[in-house]
Design a protein around this ligand. Structure first.
Ligand SMILES: Nc1ncnc2c1ncn2[C@@H]1O[C@H](COP(=O)(O)OP(=O)(O)OP(=O)(O)O)[C@@H](O)[C@H]1O
Length: 251
């Protein structure tokens, strides 16, 4: 089943000089896939995530999530649909400093008005899966970056969204924490069937995906499926990146 489908999506930023950030983007993500998005700085990756997450509108084209045309839903239906079906993970974690880790993770369920007993059960399960049980009473400033990102993932998926959107989830982490967060994402994908669309600059991180979509100048430049070996996929990704151009620090 197609989880996500983009049909001829264009985005033009209007201004003194208008700029076409997305140009005829067409792709689908199947249920249970783990898809990476890569491209040089300014190629349109954030714009793409913003349009899929409905934080921004496409100038033309359609974004379908579970066959629903997101940008045609009424404001109320969209808010409800987003709350139930989308989860977000950001580079800078976006945890609420004044809330404990427990409260941060429970936030989406509290907003939904979930019953206390159901919240308790969901928290227990997710905290165990993501190894957070020991730190539930702490505040965000009392935990490491890797732990903070695991908390952010727990918060993003506690309501069992159909699609998890991740924007550079390992961008602010050292290599050990990156590896840890990546393992958690893979576990969520493999064991719990969470569909993931992840923007990353890191070819090692991307090589863990089933498929990587490359964007250049707002267009799809290439798309590659992972074969048997992650190491081989990593080298194939490096080859495409060298053809894609962009500054070395972009990747
Ligand atoms: N609000 C805006 N108004 C005008 N132009 C914009 C706006 N937001 C982004 N752009 C332009 O659209 C293009 C794509 O930007 P976008 O942020 O999507 O790229 P990106 O691939 O995410 O880059 P990076 O990897 O550096 O975050 C860039 O040229 C950018 O300058």
């Amino acid at each position: 089943m197609n989880e996500l489908e983009l049909k001829k999506v264009c985005k033009i930023y209007e201004g003194t000089v208008s700029y076409q950030a997305l140009d005829d983007i067409d792709f689908t993500v199947k249920s249970g896939e783990f898809v990476g998005v890569m491209g040089p700085s300014g190629s349109g990756k954030s714009t793409l995530l913003n349009v899929i997450s409905t934080n921004d509108f496409p100038t033309s084209g359609q974004v379908l999530l579970l066959n629903q045309d997101l940008h045609r839903l009424s404001e109320d239906s969209l808010a409800q649909f987003r709350r139930s079906n989308l989860g977000f993970v950001f580079q800078d974690f976006n945890l609420m400093d004044s809330l404990t880790i427990r409260e941060n993770i429970l936030l989406p369920l509290a907003l939904e008005g979930t019953r206390f007993s159901a919240m308790k059960q969901a928290l227990q399960e997710i905290a165990m899966q993501l190894r957070l049980t020991e730190i539930l009473e702490r505040f965000p400033f009392e935990i490491s970056g890797g732990q903070a990102q695991r908390v952010a993932i727990a918060r993003a998926i506690i309501h069992r969204p159909s699609l998890l959107l991740a924007d550079e989830p390992t961008g602010n982490l050292d290599s050990r924490s990156s590896h840890d967060v990546l393992s958690v994402l893979e576990q969520m994908n493999q064991d719990f069937g969470v569909t993931i669309l992840m923007v990353t600059h890191d070819p090692i991180v991307a090589s863990h995906c089933h498929r990587v979509i490359f964007i250049k100048d707002g267009r799809i430049y290439n798309e590659m499926y992972r074969g048997e070996k992650q190491q081989d996929f990593y080298h194939e990704i490096l080859n495409v990146l060298s053809l894609l151009g962009g500054a070395r620090y972009d990747f």
